[in-house]
Design a protein around this ligand. Structure first.
Ligand SMILES: *[C@@H]1O[C@H](CO)[C@@H](O)[C@H](O)[C@H]1NC(C)=O
Ligand SMILES: *[C@@H]1O[C@H](CO)[C@@H](O)[C@H](O)[C@H]1NC(C)=O
Ligand SMILES: *[C@@H]1O[C@H](CO)[C@@H](O)[C@H](O)[C@H]1NC(C)=O
Ligand SMILES: *[C@@H]1O[C@H](CO)[C@@H](O)[C@H](O)[C@H]1NC(C)=O
Length: 370
């Protein structure tokens, strides 16, 4: 058992206080769904330790990553991720990473890998987008899922029965496809025209496969307002930028909403084809909007500056020597007051609130009895 579990009671007590203070009339969690397992596919937003098995020298394999939970697990955060809070809310142990041979998979598996794209390496090369981190992709994770499931169920009917109480999370995925394209200098219009339809098709294919393997409840998170991240703000702020009321890059956020709108249309089609399956959109964009609307109420003092980082207006520099985790790069004194831990990832505290909102939003749509 990992020493991470030592922090559970503390976190639980904290959550409890929060629930009593803010949610006394609508306290609800995923326990009533009686999930027995969670299977998560996705990118860094839900990577609990896969990418550091592939790249052990990655910064997020070491402190200060994980400092809030006193363990560097490979999560790109100072602590827990949304999927961790979701597992806790369901009364399950935290998901362990598929690629780590020491993991145990008694209540699900995390297949997410930081840096991963929806599109395959081949497709990205066709678009002249080189892959900076991982040559993994959504279809690789779907293959891993299939391989894993074959260890405990075999014929279709058997799998459907055994996965009746499992929750499948497909995403966040696709954000890296777009980010890599933008960093290659591709325009938002080009990315809309060329990439979005293809990324949608890839996500749709993955969801249909997950359903064919026996999934009965599938949550598909969209992409959040990456135009508010220190990383994109640093890279794409110019004198011609249009900012929204919160000082985020409006054109980029509109683009991510465009992806989300198309994703929701795609989900509608998948629902029609699979009427027995609950397919739910995970509105991370809405969750972050709520956090931004309530920043000070929730105890945040800073949201466009990373807690861990150095340089520029957003406490972020794109060079490897100045990123969070590099030698001499400072960490803010109170990560709880920051929405972003590093250039592109949420803090432990932000993940807590985002997942709270998300759980409240998806729970009625899951149609769990009682
Ligand atoms: C698995 O556990 C062994 C023994 O504790 C350890 O040496 C090894 O580094 C671990 N592997 C990974 C990928 O974490
Ligand atoms: C993918 O990356 C892994 C680890 O870096 C490497 O071992 C493997 O050969 C790569 N595969 C392809 C198809 O490039
Ligand atoms: C923006 O405008 C200021 C003042 O005119 C100028 O100094 C700066 O170089 C410009 N920045 C960019 C990115 O064009
Ligand atoms: C969040 O903001 C909304 C809209 O401004 C407000 O109605 C709500 O009470 C706030 N919630 C919390 C928990 O502060």
């Amino acid at each position: 058992m990992s020493s991470l579990q030592l922090v559970f009671p503390l976190v639980l007590i904290f959550n409890l206080i929060f629930i009593i203070q803010h949610y006394s009339c609508d306290a609800q969690d995923l326990k009533r769904c009686r999930f027995d397992a969670i299977y998560q596919l996705g990118d860094s937003i839900s990577d609990t330790g896969n990418s550091i098995v592939e790249i052990p020298q990655a910064y997020h394999a070491r402190f200060p990553y994980g400092q809030t939970i006193n363990k560097a697990t490979g999560r790109p955060s100072d602590g827990l991720l949304m999927i961790d809070y979701i597992a806790q809310s369901a009364g399950l142990p935290l998901l362990e990473p598929y690629e780590n041979p020491n993991s145990s998979f008694s209540h699900g598996v995390d297949f997410s890998v930081a840096g991963v794209t929806a599109s395959t390496v081949k497709t990205l090369i066709k678009w002249h987008i080189p892959l900076p981190y991982s040559n993994n992709s959504l279809s690789v994770q779907v293959k891993w899922l299939k391989k894993h499931l074959s260890t405990f169920c075999n014929v279709k009917k058997d799998c459907h029965t055994k996965l009746k109480s499992a929750l499948f999370m497909v995403g966040t995925i696709g954000a890296n496809d777009y980010d890599f394209a933008f960093f290659q200098g591709k325009s938002i219009e080009d990315v809309k025209k060329v990439m979005v339809p293809r990324v949608m098709q890839t996500i749709k294919t993955a969801i249909q496969k997950v359903i064919d393997y026996g999934a009965f409840r599938v949550v598909v998170p969209g992409i959040f307002q990456l135009g508010c991240t220190p990383s994109l703000l640093t890279a794409f702020s110019s004198n011609n930028s249009v900012y929204d009321a919160r000082g985020c890059l409006k054109d980029y956020n509109d683009f991510f909403m465009y992806h989300n709108n198309h994703l929701q249309v795609a989900l509608q089609k998948i629902r029609k084809k699979n009427p027995h399956v609950r397919i739910i959109y995970g509105d991370i964009y809405g969750a972050l909007q709520w956090v931004l609307d309530n920043l000070s109420n929730l105890g945040f003092k800073s949201f466009k500056k990373s807690c861990c980082g150095i340089g520029g207006k957003f406490n972020f520099s794109p060079s490897l020597e100045k990123m969070c985790g590099a030698h001499g790069v400072p960490v803010c004194s109170n990560p709880k007051e920051h929405v972003f831990w590093d250039g592109g990832h949420f803090s432990h505290q932000a993940s807590k609130y985002l997942s709270k909102w998300l759980i409240k939003d998806i729970l009625p749509k899951l149609h769990c009895s009682t």
